[in-house]
Ligand binder design. Structure first.
Ligand SMILES: Cc1cc2nc3c(=O)[nH]c(=O)nc-3n(C[C@H](O)[C@H](O)[C@H](O)COP(=O)(O)O)c2cc1C
Length: 208
């Protein structure tokens, strides 16, 4: 790992499970690669604005107004951060069975034809290759198994969005049943930390 991008998207600061696990993952990854550069993007404290009439052309069209040019500049900045990273850790709480709107707004600025994907005769092609992503999903309920698995719109959606821009090396870490009380929360954190440890160990073995 040479360059790490850390993205948080929880609207909570204190007590945020995804933030805690993101920090754990960052610490663990940096233990093995202390020289790596770290870029942070906190969508909870500094949200990327939603696209609107005044900004849409800045990201999806040809910017002409000052506001559109600012939207294009932000999109360029977010894409540059992504492009520069070989490893990305994303803190992704489940909100209303999907991703947070802040994370969705980030994707709205980052999925840009000619930059992160291209259209060809064979269809769209992702351009952000050779990147590894760890997504930490915190959820109030249980979706990785059982009856609610069918209403997990978060993980398949994230897998598709990342795959669309060429990122296929994606590992999801689950911290589930956070809403089931303190014991369930503590157990979820222990399990997720063990998964992160194993991931970091596997990466080291691969690099050796
Ligand atoms: C606005 C909002 C919507 C939520 N929607 C869901 C949901 O659909 N399913 C679920 O299991 N938990 C839901 N939760 C619970 C969160 O997924 C859970 O608290 C998780 O730990 C949040 O991540 P964080 O601790 O990093 O902030 C919701 C929480 C909030 C604040």
């Amino acid at each position: 790992m040479k360059s790490l991008l850390v993205i948080n998207s929880s609207a909570a600061r204190e007590g945020s499970v995804s933030r805690e696990l993101v920090e754990f993952a960052v610490d663990r990854l940096l233990q093995d690669a202390p020289q790596a550069g770290v870029q942070r993007r906190d969508l909870g404290t500094h949200p990327v604005p939603h696209l609107e009439v005044a900004t849409l052309n800045g990201v999806r069209g040809t910017p002409t107004t000052v506001v559109e040019q600012a939207a294009r500049a932000l999109s360029d900045e977010l894409i540059a951060e992504l492009r520069a990273a070989d490893t990305i850790v994303i803190g992704a709480p489940m909100y209303n069975f999907g991703v947070t709107t802040s994370l969705r707004a980030w994707f709205d600025h980052v999925l840009r034809a000619g930059e992160t994907f291209s259209y060809s005769a064979e269809g769209p092609k992702g351009l952000m290759t050779n990147k590894r992503v760890i997504v930490i999903e915190s959820r109030g309920g249980l979706y990785s198994e059982g009856p609610a698995a069918a209403i997990d719109f978060q993980e398949p959606y994230l897998r598709h969005l990342l795959g669309f821009i060429g990122i296929t090396d994606v590992t999801f870490v689950h911290a589930e049943k956070i809403g089931y009380g303190p014991e369930a929360r503590a157990a979820a954190l222990v399990k997720a930390r063990a998964q992160i440890e194993a991931l970091a160990g596997a990466a080291l073995a691969q690099a050796a």
